[in-house]
Design a protein around this ligand. Structure first.
Ligand code: SF4
Length: 461
């Protein structure tokens, strides 16, 4: 009984979150910045913040997540962090020689009110930014939003700083903003686009950065990540496809305003229907045919769904995590005839409830859905105590509920500290949908094997 104090009586809580279903903004900004080639994420705050953010990313991706910090002490906290940041910029370019530094703020520097663009100008006028080197920034006060907001802010900054519509004519390419997904998902999105014959600029792109191959050669900046040159061309692309309204929508809209690049904001391509919409949008934008190979992948996922529907039918599921993932995942589960009856995300956002309502509004089951303040793992546990579910889907933090309530857990989302595979095997696209379904089925069937009477213990499904 790890969560022995969770009571089943749900009470209104105004100013208390217990076991939040989110983490802090800079983690997202750091992850997004790592998706630019040759980039050093820089945390403008105290060492403790940076150590926590790096450790969260390192434990999830099982790769060292590189980042630097302004190392605030008492002096910087009182007088402001300008001197620390200028010194840090000088040190970073001198010691690590990145192509670009991506600065994000923390609670402390935001509370002080450090003006980052002004400090960057100061570093420039003091000659601390070498010729050809770049600096971008975004604000990530962690007392609002979540890691998802921080990610969205840094991606939007990529547009603000780099996107240009210089050539005056449209290039035959599409911008893809993949949202906060795994490196393997970004790789799969690129693979799918390649199979469709679509030239893309995908940003950020953490494939080849946080899933690097072991070559025996130590490289400070891995070869993956979107290049600044590619980012600059995004203003001349035919269109932008933003995957995930919360994580990718702001950057796509900013690019439309700045460079007049029309955007389509879609759900993450998790599951059959969302992937269909992604493929169809590519087809319409570029006036191309969907290749037979992609249609076959779709068919295989559909076949797997039909072959296994008896195991997923009417299974009650509890979900927690990030809004973009939850919307697409809930839609996929409904297609599998499952019942996502409890859904929480700690990320605030007015649209989330409407988007979920659109997915499950017409279903026969009744669902509890909550976002933002008070939408935490404690509430999720209370709901489960009142009426049990068959399956949990969410990040690592659900393992306590899983153990206490004896309910199987499929790890999905961020963070996953206690398992491997998520960074290498995609859950987006048709092939990713098959993997996700396989993970769901395997835990359900394992549970069936464990609990069934001896006479029903079968070798066949
Ligand atoms: S919540 Fe604020 S103080 Fe805490 S680690 Fe995040 S940025 Fe730092």
């Amino acid at each position: 009984m790890l969560l022995r104090h969770t009571s089943s009586e749900v009470q209104q809580r105004g100013a208390l979150t217990i076991n939040p279903a989110k983490t802090c903004q800079p983690i997202g900004a750091m992850y997004a910045a790592l998706g630019i080639h040759g980039c050093m994420p820089h945390s403008h705050g105290s060492q403790g913040c940076c150590a926590y953010h790096r450790s969260a990313l390192t434990r999830h991706y099982k790769e060292p997540a590189m980042a630097t910090t302004s190392s605030f002490t008492e002096g910087a906290s009182v007088f402001g962090g300008q001197a620390n940041l200028v010194a840090a910029i000088n040190n970073i370019f001198t010691i690590y020689n990145p192509d670009i530094i991506a600065v994000h703020t923390t609670c402390l520097s935001e509370t002080i009110g450090d003006d980052i663009p002004q400090i960057i100008q100061r570093a420039e006028s003091d000659g601390k930014i070498p010729e050809g080197k770049l600096l971008i920034h975004c604000n990530t006060p962690s007392y609002v939003g979540s890691h998802v907001t921080g990610f969205a802010n840094m991606v939007k900054s990529m547009v603000t700083y780099f996107s240009e519509s210089g050539s005056g004519k449209k290039l035959n390419q599409v911008n893809i903003i993949p949202g906060w997904v795994e490196p393997a998902d970004m790789r799969e999105i690129k693979r799918l686009c390649g199979e469709m014959g679509v030239k893309t600029v995908i940003f950020p792109d953490t494939s080849g950065v946080l899933d690097v191959a072991m070559t025996g050669k130590a490289e400070h900046f891995p070869k993956g990540g979107v290049t600044v040159e590619a980012l600059k061309t995004t203003g001349d692309s035919k269109a932008t496809i933003a995957l995930g309204e919360v994580t990718s929508g702001p950057a796509a809209k900013a690019l439309d305003v700045k460079c007049n690049v029309p955007c389509e904001i879609l759900d993450l391509p998790i599951g059959l229907a969302a992937t269909d919409r992604f493929i169809d949008t590519l087809r319409k934008i570029l006036h191309i045919e969907v290749p037979e190979t992609v249609t076959e992948q779709r068919g295989r996922l559909l076949d797997m769904i039909m072959d296994t529907q008896q195991y997923t039918y009417k299974k009650r599921v509890a979900l927690w995590g990030d809004p973009d993932q939850l919307v697409a995942l809930a839609e996929f589960l409904v297609l599998l005839d499952m019942e996502p009856v409890y859904i929480v995300t700690g990320t605030p956002g007015k649209n989330f409830l409407k988007r979920i309502e659109k997915v499950i509004g017409n279903c026969a089951f009744k669902a509890e859905v909550k976002a933002g303040a008070g939408a935490d793992m404690y509430l999720m546990h209370q709901w489960i105590k009142n009426e049990k579910v068959d399956l949990l889907i969410g990040n690592t933090y659900g393992k306590y509920i899983s153990r206490d309530e004896d309910i199987p857990l499929v790890r999905f989302g961020f963070p996953i500290f206690d398992r491997v595979g998520h960074q290498y095997f995609p859950t987006v696209g048709y092939r990713g949908g098959m993997r996700l379904l396989e993970m769901i089925l395997n835990v359900l069937l394992d549970r069936q094997d464990r609990d069934c009477p001896e006479e029903s213990f079968e070798l066949v499904m």
